[in-house]
Design a protein around this ligand. Structure first.
Ligand SMILES: NC(=O)c1ccc[n+]([C@@H]2O[C@H](COP(=O)([O-])OP(=O)(O)OC[C@H]3O[C@@H](n4cnc5c(N)ncnc54)[C@H](OP(=O)(O)O)[C@@H]3O)[C@@H](O)[C@H]2O)c1
Length: 377
């Protein structure tokens, strides 16, 4: 990377966004920030803008910073061809539109927002191929697989690891009565609220299976999940000859974020300490319990159905997670409600992007109505 790489961050005020800025601060001679975008946390965005001096900012609230132009929408970032790469680190469905726009403009994507691929993976990956755009995964599991793969045609299966979340060895009864605070207490990762709840129900792993299918073009039958509570092995691949290549590292999102925004180069960035097998001492693996965490099975089913099925799954789950965070339903009901909505969805094969957004909107309304009905009983 001779010249500075020009980067914009969508979701700079979130967990991934703030860690990305820590990486960039450490690698100031490697990156120049074009735009920062956040949602409601205008205070933090302002602080970031004053420190990193981007040319542009976007916030849902109107904020003014001297020397920085405020944009009206995220598309303005995605259309700016000054960008070499855009880190899409917002949560939920907001990421899809600007990602597609950036791809149309030939801008590479460092993708944290897994919902983009869950909603419209076929369209996004096809467009990226047509436009010669790289999609580099930030999600630690996919980033690990990206690092392991030399030739995808030689790969037999992908092995995605999962920490198991805070309820790994708890009973279904304990999961049902879990409080929001307990669900948000992830044993390994400090993340945004939506993904943390998804990690507690294991839906996060389900979404990651769909994400992996699109990123690496693997059949669902060749994507396996294994529980690995220490989160040291971030994922692995098995080659046809039986060789298994895994990527390891201490559980820190700085590493995959830095990999994705610097790819194909590697720099000495934020590496808190050197890796030591003897300090880690043991690595455990176990089969996931799909009875206790049926969300994973549901995600496999949606992925295999294809078309609009995964957009429906994503929208129903996301709305149910919001209602859980609002104290309206219990943790296990996220699955029950998502399943009921999903089972009634009429799948559209090869949907257009407009149809995907329609499914998304309709599913959200149906989910809210169902929750209202359940909670009023
Ligand atoms: N956190 C992790 O370790 C991790 C790991 C792997 C993958 N991911 C994925 O990365 C994505 C982000 O996760 P996160 O944990 O960083 O979430 P988060 O902490 O909740 O951050 C979400 C970000 O999106 C911004 N945002 C929300 N609405 C917006 C809008 N309308 N326009 C622009 N920005 C908007 C938020 O802004 P405000 O805060 O200002 O409202 C915030 O900056 C998710 O898709 C998640 O699945 C996260």
């Amino acid at each position: 990377m001779d010249k500075k790489r020009k980067i914009s961050i969508i979701g700079s005020t979130g967990s991934i966004g703030t860690q990305a800025l820590e990486v960039i601060e450490k690698l100031q001679d490697k990156f120049e920030i074009i735009a920062l975008a956040g949602g409601n946390n205008a205070e933090l965005l302002k602080e970031q803008a004053e420190k990193f001096k981007p040319k542009f900012i976007y916030a849902q609230k109107d904020i003014k910073i001297d020397g920085t132009k405020s944009l009206k929408n995220l598309d303005e970032i995605a259309e700016n061809q000054e960008n070499d790469i855009i880190l899409v680190a917002c949560s939920g469905k907001i990421g899809l539109k600007p990602t597609l726009k950036a791809i149309e403009n030939g801008i590479d994507i460092a993708l944290a927002n897994k919902e983009t691929l869950v909603m419209a993976g076929d369209i996004v990956m096809k467009k990226a191929k047509e436009n010669g755009v790289k999609i580099i995964p930030v999600d630690s599991e996919h980033c690990a697989i990206h690092q392991c793969i030399k030739d995808i045609s030689q790969v037999e299966k992908l092995i995605i690891t999962a920490s198991g979340g805070p309820f790994l060895h708890k009973s279904i009864e304990e999961i049902k009565t879990a409080t929001v605070k307990e669900a948000l207490a992830h044993p390994r990762w400090n993340m945004g609220r939506k993904i943390t709840v998804d990690s507690a129900t294991l839906m996060n792993k389900g979404l990651e299976i769909i994400e992996a299918h699109h990123l690496f073009g693997m059949d669902y039958d060749d994507i396996e999940v294994v529980i690995h509570p220490q989160s040291i092995v971030h994922s692995a691949i098995e080659y046809k000859d039986g060789s298994v290549i895994a990527q390891l590292g201490l559980p820190s999102m700085h590493i995959p974020i830095q990999y994705a925004i610097s790819y194909p180069e590697r720099f000495e960035g934020i590496k808190s300490k050197s890796f030591s097998f003897s300090e880690i001492a043991r690595l455990d693996f176990e089969k996931p319990d799909f009875e206790k965490f049926p969300t994973v099975k549901l995600a496999y089913k949606a992925g295999r159905m294809g078309g609009s099925a995964t957009a429906c799954l994503n929208a129903a789950n996301e709305e149910a997670v919001f209602e859980f965070l609002d104290g309206k339903i219990n943790l296990y009901q996220i699955y029950e409600i998502t399943k009921e909505i999903f089972d009634n969805h009429k799948v559209i094969q090869n949907p257009t992007i407009e149809e995907i957004f329609e499914v998304d909107e309709k599913t959200r309304l149906q989910t809210k109505e169902l929750i209202k009905k359940i909670t009023q009983k």
